[in-house]
Design a protein. Structure first.
Length: 491
């Protein structure tokens, strides 16, 4: 199979991530400000519990599928056999989960909450056809981007047309669920035209053991932010789930652009390690990590210093109590990004699922214990919940780093001079923003000055240091611009 350009894949993924940011920012702000606080809180509570069922239904197929199809992407017969096995397993796991989900929904809720539960069941049916792992493993990012952009636009138009009143939570749930149906069916049809089913080589047992391991790992991961939201809904209030969810969601959504580097690199690193060896793998890994920190650190610290403005613009004055949670969420995201590097780019390509499971279970349970203590002392709230999760994620990342260094003999280039430079420059955003705020300028001038000054300091110092990531990004961008100008000039 033709090797696709990693840079082009990152560009496609970045465009997709940008759309996945802008549409939710526009729509999310509209929905948060429009919908009744209690109804939206009920929706977020149901959604946090629904995610647990969706995880079981997915059965780790996405993660396993990307890794395994990446390894055999040059062999169409092996791809077809693996795709068929995973699709059959997906049908079984989703149908079983749907049955359990319906029973749980009817027994644990009443009124409008029950309706929200049952409408979300549509997404479980749609999940049967969630085979995006095939398109990602084969690096079909052009299709994924075009499809997703079209569907996101339709989603946005539908919400503006049909969700107009504070009580329109049911209409909102229907549109969200039907968007999932459309997205999954489009990907399934595209993949199916290129890969045929091969039922002659059905061997579910071969896939079940690694899938079950990944399922456990994924479920253990629910002991982190997902656990926080469920416990907040059970022990505090539905609204507290929203107070936790929006800051966590905001920063997660924004960093999805640099996360394109991780997502696109998973299949490539698995392929390199399998076919080109450890040395080439480490060389690629080093470049990917520095590229990620180059983008994600200024993004997280930029949102941190503008947390007040971000909440005001996105959610309005009724949610201003979320500002401290957003500040902590920005710091937490840096740690989670490091943990994601260790999990997705180090442990998974080296087939160390069992070690991921041990570390994830250990620190996930520590998060559960810390949360339980806070509940007992009546100190559990969105901010303290995020603090315990940040501590657990930090332990998870450090544990994996030490294991990789001592047991796998891999010197993971995280604490390099280049990466520390990025961090120190971003920390400067805090005093810079503080000084600018002392002048007590109006909202937009204050906002603009902080953004421009922080960006100038960050990019200016890196320019003086001739940072390779900065020059690489600039050369790629200006190279593309020159090509466009030449095409127009040649008419």
């Amino acid at each position: 199979m033709e090797q696709k350009s990693l840079f082009k894949n990152i560009i496609y993924k970045a465009i997709l991530s940008f759309v996945n940011i802008m549409v939710p920012v526009i729509i999310g702000s509209y929905i948060v400000k429009l919908l009744d606080v209690d109804l939206y809180g009920a929706y977020n509570k149901v959604y946090s519990e629904f995610q647990v069922f969706l995880t079981f239904a997915s059965f780790g197929i996405y993660t396993y599928g990307i890794r395994e199809i990446s390894k055999v992407r040059d062999d169409k017969k092996k791809i077809s056999a693996l795709f068929t096995n995973l699709f059959v397993i997906s049908i079984i796991t989703n149908l079983i989960t749907i049955g359990i989900y319906v029973i749980y929904s009817l027994l644990s809720s009443t009124g409008i909450t029950t309706t929200i539960y049952l409408l979300m069941m549509i997404q479980l049916f749609a999940n049967i056809f969630y085979i995006e792992f095939v398109n990602e493993a084969l690096e079909n990012y052009k299709f994924i981007t075009i499809k997703s952009v079209i569907i996101k636009i339709l989603y946005m138009i539908s919400l503006f047309l049909f969700v107009k009143k504070p009580e329109d939570i049911i209409i909102y749930t229907i549109i969200v669920s039907m968007t999932a149906v459309l997205n999954n069916l489009a990907s399934f049809i595209y993949a199916k035209k290129r890969i045929s089913f091969d039922f002659s080589k059905i061997s579910l047992k071969k896939c079940l053991v690694p899938l079950f391991t990944i399922l456990i790992i994924t479920n253990v991961d629910l002991l982190y932010s997902q656990l926080d939201r469920i416990m907040l809904g059970k022990f505090v209030s539905d609204v507290s789930v929203t107070m936790y969810y929006i800051p966590y969601y905001l920063i997660s959504m924004l960093v999805s652009i640099p996360y394109a580097i991780i997502n696109v690199s998973i299949p490539r690193l698995a392929y390199v390690l399998e076919n080109k060896g450890k040395e080439e793998y480490l060389l690629n890994l080093s470049r990917i990590i520095s590229s990620l920190y180059f983008v994600i650190l200024p993004m997280c610290f930029g949102v941190l210093v503008l947390a007040h403005e971000a909440i005001l613009l996105y959610a309005g004055e009724k949610y201003m109590a979320m500002v401290p949670t957003l500040i902590l969420a920005c710091l937490s995201r840096v740690i989670i990004s490091t943990e994601s590097i260790m999990t997705n780019l180090v442990s998974y390509p080296n087939n160390k699922e069992k070690q991921i499971l041990r570390f994830s279970l250990c620190f996930g349970l520590s998060n559960l214990i810390m949360n339980s203590i806070l509940v007992y002392f009546k100190a559990f709230n969105p901010l303290t919940a995020l603090i315990t999760t940040t501590i657990a994620e930090l332990g998870f990342a450090i544990g994996q780093y030490i294991y990789a260094k001592k047991k796998l003999n891999l010197n993971i280039p995280i604490l390099t001079k280049q990466n520390i430079t990025y961090l120190l420059l971003c920390v400067l955003f805090i005093p810079i923003s503080y000084v600018i705020r002392l002048f007590k300028l109006n909202f937009w001038i204050n906002f603009g000055l902080i953004v421009i000054t922080c960006a100038a300091v960050y990019l200016g110092v890196l320019l003086l240091k001739r940072d390779d990531n900065l020059f690489l990004a600039a050369s790629k961008v200006f190279g593309k611009i020159k090509k466009v100008i030449r095409r127009k000039a040649n008419g």
